[in-house]
Design a protein around this ligand. Structure first.
Ligand code: ZN
Length: 290
């Protein structure tokens, strides 16, 4: 009996020592994360004082600056995600529900992806400098109004950048973004680039008409947002040799197709590929390097 009692007390003592060691070990890890990042440390303290602040969950507390590196520009590969509509009525494979979109952006955030604008993508593909460990760019084609009503609040929630390709002749029409919405989003981390003036498939148009589509949309967006428009996305991904010539002549720096794959220099800066996002897809595909 006595022997049993001693054994029991000894086991409790061992468990206690083990638990005490685990607590001190986890404190070491936690301190290490914040040690060289005073801003993050302050945020952490703030979070502890006020549980309504959600920095703890979504603010990247990783050493982003340190994880950036320089590469041979030919080796840079960036997944540029292609979305269209974010809507509760997901009736075809171009429409993703807000619930699923929220989960996807949370996954990107939780997995340490760094969102980029397309001028950053251009600079990384051409210089190989300052490449984040996990770069990603979000693009939306056609400028649907649900990009404002559904996607924009989710992007704001996770503090995630994105780019919308606009059809400039359609701005303000039924179910398309209007100028006021575009300006508001532009002031809040959402960029806009050209998806041509009328969404004609470019490869069936003569050169001059293609050039007109590219120049007219570039000018309309430059005027609306008071900035240079450097990026073109070809409607339905269709293009030919004249399209690339017209894109260069109109002054674009990069062009996107709908062909699948991570964007890389070897595909050509005017024929960059993207990752098509569809309902029910797994996000792990973004960890591949194709
Ligand atoms: Zn389109």
């Amino acid at each position: 009996m006595n022997n049993l009692k001693t054994k029991g007390l000894l086991s409790i003592f061992i468990v206690f020592i083990f638990a005490a060691q685990m607590i001190s070990y986890s404190n070491v890890i936690a301190c290490d994360i914040y040690k060289s990042n005073p801003a993050a440390e302050n945020r952490q303290l703030l979070t502890e004082k006020n549980s309504n602040i959600k920095y703890k969950t979504y603010e990247p507390v990783k050493h982003e600056a340190l994880s950036k590196r320089d590469l041979d520009s030919a080796a840079v590969k960036i997944p540029v995600l292609m979305y269209h509509s974010i809507n509760v009525k997901s009736t075809n494979n171009l429409i993703i529900t807000p619930q699923e979109f929220d989960k996807q952006i949370k996954w990107l955030k939780d997995n340490g992806f760094t969102p980029l604008f397309l001028d950053e993508v251009y600079s990384m593909l051409t210089t190989g400098k300052d490449i984040p460990l996990k770069p990603v760019a979000l693009t939306f084609d056609d400028g649907y109004v649900d990009n404002y009503t559904e996607a924009y609040p989710i992007l704001k929630k996770y503090n995630f950048k994105a780019t919308i390709f606009l059809i400039t002749d359609s701005i303000g029409q039924h179910s398309v973004l209007n100028e006021e919405q575009i300006r508001e989003m532009y002031a809040n981390n959402i960029d806009f680039q050209s998806h041509t003036a009328s969404h004609h498939e470019l490869n069936v148009l003569p050169y001059q008409k293609q050039l007109d589509e590219l120049v007219r949309s570039k000018e309309a967006l430059s005027k609306l947002l008071n900035k240079n428009i450097d990026c073109i996305c070809y409607p339905v991904g269709r293009y030919n040799a004249d399209t690339i010539k017209a894109a260069k002549t109109a002054g674009y720096k990069i062009g996107f197709t709908t062909k699948p794959g991570h964007a890389k220099q070897s595909d050509g800066l005017y024929t960059l590929t993207r990752v098509r996002m569809f309902p029910g897809m797994g996000m792990q595909i973004l960890n591949s390097k194709k």
